[in-house]
Design a protein around this ligand. Sequence first.
Ligand code: TPP
Ligand code: MG
Length: 654
Amino acid sequence: MTVSHSDLANAIRALSMDAVEAANSGHPGMPMGMADVATVLFTRYLKYDPAAPKWPDRDRFVLSAGHGSMLIYSLLHLTGYARPTMEDIRNFRQIGSPCAGHPENFELAGVEATTGPLGSGLATAVGMAMAERHLNATFGSDLVDHRTWVLAGDGCLMEGINHEAVGLGGHLKLGRLIVLWDDNRITIDGAVDLSSSENVLGRYDSGGWHTVSCDGHDPADIVRAIDAALADPRPSLVACRTLIGKGAPNKQGTSATHGSPLSKDEVAAARVTLGWDYPPFEIPDEIASAWIDAGKRGGAVRSDWEARLSTHSDKAEFERRAAGRLPDGFSLDAYIGELLANPQKVATRKASELTLGAINALLPETIGGSADLTGSNNTKTKDQAPFTADNYGGRYVYYGIREFGMAAAMNGMALHGGVIPYGGTFLVFSDYCRPAIRLAALQQIRSIFVMTHDSIGLGEDGPTHQPIEHVMALRVMPNLDVYRPADAVETAECWQLALERADGPSLLALTRQNLPQLRKDAKENLSAKGAYRLRAAAAARKVVLVATGSEVEIAIAVADALEVDGIGADVVSMPSWSRFDAQPAAYRNDVLPHDVLRVSIEAGTTIGWERYTGIAGLRFGIDSFGASGPADKLYHHFGLTAEIIAPQVRAALD
Ligand SMILES: Cc1ncc(C[n+]2csc(CCOP(=O)(O)OP(=O)(O)O)c2C)c(N)n1
Ligand SMILES: [Mg+2]
């Protein structure tokens, strides 16, 4: 038998419908509809090598329409990746199978990004394409010369984040980014025209993209469109007109195929329509080996690349960065030593900028940025040139007012590897970034979020700009390290921890207002413990005051007032809950003993502080929205001063 394009594509269709049927759950429509486009991409264009799935110069493929996960599982299996095995595919959507409901980057090599929240994959891919261009500018085309491909659905293009991705990608002229749009005119509720009548291609055109359309079931036409995309210097959107669920004779073209098993009868009918006369999870040898051959296309390209790397003058540095390893001996100790010698009374956002001065000089892999608040977030250091379409070698990104797009692009850079992204906005707008922060945490990647103006301490901009629930809401996110440093020394320590952590994101909550430098020594990184006794009680200890960030200064003033009355009070600074919770019980009990009154002070919601104060403890914070006014007046207004807090602590002890 000679294996045709249709045979190859039908293998994807069969695996997809059978896996969904076996799981009795999943989305057959998209993989069946995009099987032809995916076949063309994976057999003719995509640069990859299943034998070396992490090869740094591979093309990146992002399945932004993550519900169609069986498409990528089929492709990875068929092209010869070690996983998923056919057994993994049989166990699609079952606990323990790497073939999860939606693709997860840490489950399978070849899944470049965790996708499912629509639009996020596409915006993440923008960051991958940025990282590629940056590393190309740094190391040259011999080492870095690849593309980023996205498969996106109607939903990805409808989501608001799509607008940010189009704006950023077009502005930065990311010509190596190609989005293949599954233009099937169907979403869950039915036809796209129920909810949308926009000219999608026109929107991309106006964003500086190249656009082209094709018949997504005609391989020659798909080739024509992709060739046009490759030839154009702009990022491309390829509209692939398809039939959702193609091959299911009674359901294709309808939303019935989107997210439900086709049914036993319809699967049987599809076998007839497709001419696929084989049992579930069986691929005839000829078709299987044709797919394996397609997967071998990249092997020689990869070994040529390895040969170039082996003699390249930047080999060691390239490998270090690709592995995400910090330079040997990377440390901020010298900078922290200067702080101890010359204490800085600065806002922690300014302390962050000072720290970044040291970091960016030591780590060429950092790429900073801000969503149009550079001067407020203090994210740019003097040595950073802007990253622009004319200078991809720049290390500072003007993301524009695109918080979600920024955070997603940062994730794309971190996933791509070779760079460490950090980016800033106001903490209150972490809400605008939150879905991407969550994906960073889920994907176990090193994105560093710099969130300034972290409380009512920002003052006159008022309640729209004053975070209340934000720090706590971020703390509850699994695998995110949230830091709220109290002074310049802690800020540097927290930065060091964020950079050293390769398996998850960190977020720094930083003040607008100046804070005194409280730390007198830095023999060890005390922030690494999450919380530590900054000052021990002088008189017999009756109280432990635990505070974060700008409120540590207040806790010290409260302790001073109590000690005057002979009430011993420890002051505990707690820059990070997650780090503290990871300490041994003995340490935690020593820092927060249970036999004294425990009091928390933080200019945000008190909900959650019971964890450390116990129900019997006291919690000072703000459980309403903030207000407009000068910072010091606001602290008084909301009862967060030593004069107001100390008597309440005394009363609780009586
Ligand atoms: C942010 C987000 N909102 C909603 C969903 C739920 N959802 C999954 S697929 C889908 C419809 C997608 O339509 P389309 O992209 O056209 O996919 P198709 O039905 O064509 O496969 C929706 C609403 C989601 N995954 N992510
Ligand atoms: Mg659709």
